[in-house]
Design a protein around this ligand. Structure first.
Ligand SMILES: Cc1cc2nc3c(=O)[nH]c(=O)nc-3n(C[C@H](O)[C@H](O)[C@H](O)COP(=O)(O)O)c2cc1C
Length: 184
């Protein structure tokens, strides 16, 4: 049976990561997409289009959505990128929109919940919130691409971040960049 995931997009820089994830995920899984209001504005600012995928789009204030309930079954959630504000809400169970409510549900139901955070530098508040979310069961995956595969383009860097997210979801992909050792 096809797997089913929720992708939340929040107001942090790097909306291109969300687009790349949707490009791959929507071809192999059932996908629900929630985009926060600020993310919509940043997407426009960064010139990234998030509409048009084979996915069910939900309004972030639609708390009556099926994915807001623990009784609705799906395989997991990715918030990409994840703002520090949304991380803070998740870390403290402050589920006042569909993205944070769905993450809250994922954690209480012990489902995969991946937070692709983006901010630098990090304050003590950010770090404590990451620890709290991690302890509650989330996987914190900062958007921090490696360089060992010698990326040539921005797309190469984006793919390396999205590849690790797909790995954690257990989704086969060809985004490449696996370390295969060296004689050095
Ligand atoms: C252009 C722009 C870029 C931003 N980048 C980040 C970011 O990288 N990380 C972050 O935590 N917040 C960032 N913010 C701030 C968040 O958008 C803000 O805290 C917002 O309330 C997040 O709301 P949301 O999580 O509901 O989308 C940015 C805001 C703007 C306008």
């Amino acid at each position: 049976m096809e797997k089913e995931y929720v992708v939340g997009v929040t107001g942090a820089s790097g909306i291109c990561y969300a687009r790349r994830l949707l490009e791959v995920l929507c071809t192999v899984a059932t996908v629900h997409v929630i985009v926060s209001d600020v993310a919509t504005k940043i997407a426009a600012h960064e010139g990234v289009e998030l509409s048009g995928f084979r996915a069910k789009y939900h309004e972030n204030d639609r708390m009556f959505s099926e994915i807001a309930s623990g009784s609705y079954r799906y395989d997991g959630m990715v918030i990409i990128p994840c703002s520090q504000k949304t991380l803070a809400a998740i870390a403290h169970g402050y589920a006042d929109n569909l993205i944070t409510r769905t993450a809250d549900v994922c954690l209480k139901e012990r489902r995969t919940c991946i937070l692709v955070t983006r901010e630098t530098p990090l304050s003590e508040i950010h770090i404590n919130n990451m620890l709290a979310a991690h302890r509650a069961g989330a996987t914190i995956m900062p958007a921090s691409p490696p360089f060992y595969h010698r990326p040539r383009t921005l797309d190469d860097l984006v793919d390396m971040v999205v590849a690790r997210v797909l790995d954690h979801l257990g989704i086969e992909h060809t985004l490449g960049g696996r370390w295969s050792g060296t004689n050095a």
